[in-house]
Design a protein around this ligand. Structure first.
Ligand code: PMP
Ligand code: GLU
Length: 399
């Protein structure tokens, strides 16, 4: 029946992260001992005081439709947070709360990008950026970076790809999938370059802002006043507050873009869940101790997994500075086989590792990279040790 579906959906790729998580879940339900490190979500529970705020919200009757861009008190609390943590002045009407940062990004791209306009994606990039750009009929332009430069792009490289058709640049820092974190100087040089291109807009996705091991505060592109009017800051509650299932994300943007996103969302989903919004209000305005405790734990795991991965022959691994992913180069194994399975690319590799080692990792091609695969270390130490052991054994069989 696919011929009855729209070209739009037929040409869309399924989200590779969600697909791998689904396959792993299905295999587990059939009794296979699969360890899934595909999906990026904290394995911690939402902090108790946030859960309590949600329960209170139900009891207090926050059960109706909310204003489309979110409750004013939540938007004001987010504006205060952006001042506190990011040193950016936004008024509450510049904030639009959505059903996750994924929807926030879709709202912005659908509001800004016309058919054929170019969307620059420094690669590797998060899987859904390109799918959303395609949905808007924009033209995704991938700009490769490599593990040798810790997958960071320079302002000069990025500028080379700006043409009169460029509308939007999308990137994340800390980055999913690479864990790269742009320093103050790197972000500043991006800002200085962007000033020369006032018709180019940038989505700066900061959803991993707290999961940063550099010891330096997160740097927001919009904190450079000269480019604030070109930047849409995206953030959300999924990662920093272990609230993936609550579905709350937001943008902070020039007012005209915020108003467009409000209009877009008003026709598609309306405001996100009232109860989740009240929980988010508590999360964003209270003490970050639970977040920092979680980050401490992620850091320990990162160091452990780094040691284990670097002990595996022929992998090229860098030390990520943020988020909770390793994105490592497995290309030395391409062309090798075991038991009738040949591995020629990252997709073959993730299929081989799922079949042979029963581990769920995501193929780098989905992130615009043809050499790497992604491992999420948002899992227990025990699982991480076991995955690294299985990975080592399965790779050793390839010849
Ligand atoms: N941006 C990045 C870089 C992500 O990794 C994710 C996945 N959580 C999102 C946005 C979307 O997050 P959510 O929709 O859960 O807020
Ligand atoms: N962002 C997470 C990831 O990259 C969650 C899954 C998704 O929405 O893509 O795994």
């Amino acid at each position: 029946m696919n011929n009855l579906l729209s070209e739009r959906i037929n040409s869309m790729q399924e989200s590779a992260t969600l697909k791998m998580a689904k396959i792993s879940r299905e295999l587990r339900s059939q009794g296979h001992d699969v360890i899934d490190l595909s999906i990026g979500e904290p394995d911690f529970d939402t902090p108790q005081h946030i859960k309590d705020a949600a329960k209170k919200a139900i009891d207090e009757g926050y059960t109706h439709y909310t204003p489309v861009p979110g409750y004013p008190e939540l938007r004001k609390a987010i504006a205060a947070k952006l001042k506190r943590d990011n040193n950016i002045d936004y008024t509450f009407d510049q904030i639009v709360v959505s059903t996750g940062a994924k929807q926030s990004i879709a709202n912005v791209v659908l509001s800004l990008v016309n058919k054929g306009e170019e969307v620059l994606l420094p690669a590797p990039y998060w899987v859904s950026y390109s799918a959303i750009a395609d949905l808007a009929e924009g033209k995704s332009i991938e700009i490769p970076t490599t593990i040798d430069t810790n997958f960071k792009i320079t302002a000069a490289e990025l500028e080379k790809h700006i043409t009169p058709k460029t509308k939007l640049i999308i990137f994340s820092s800390p980055c999913n999938p690479t864990g790269a974190v742009y320093s103050f100087d790197e972000m500043k040089s991006l800002a200085e370059m962007l000033v020369r291109h006032p018709n180019v807009f940038v989505i700066c996705d900061e959803i991993y802002e707290y999961i940063n091991y550099t010891g330096q505060p997160n740097v927001s592109l919009a904190s450079f006043p000269e480019v604030k009017n070109q930047v849409i800051t995206v953030n959300g509650f999924s990662k920093g507050f272990a609230m993936t299932g609550w579905r709350v994300g937001y943008i902070a943007a020039p007012l005209w873009i915020a108003q467009a996103c409000d209009k877009m969302q008003g026709q598609i989903t309306s405001g996100t869940c009232s109860i989740a919004q009240k929980a988010a209000e508590t999360a964003v305005s209270t003490d970050l101790t639970p977040t920092y405790n979680m980050v401490k734990e992620f850091r320990k795991r990162r160091d452990m997994v780094y040691e284990l991965l670097t002990a595996i022959p022929n992998l090229k691994v860098n030390l990520p500075e943020g988020a909770f992913y390793f994105f490592f180069d497995v290309s030395a194994y391409f062309g090798k086989s075991y038991n009738g399975q040949t591995v020629n690319n990252p997709e073959d590799m993730s299929a081989y590792l799922l079949n042979e080692a029963k581990i769920g990792l995501v193929n780098g091609e989905a992130f615009g990279d043809s050499r790497c695969i992604r491992l999420s270390y948002a899992a227990s130490e025990e699982k991480l040790r076991e995955v690294c052991k299985r990975l080592k054994d399965a790779l050793a069989k390839l010849s």
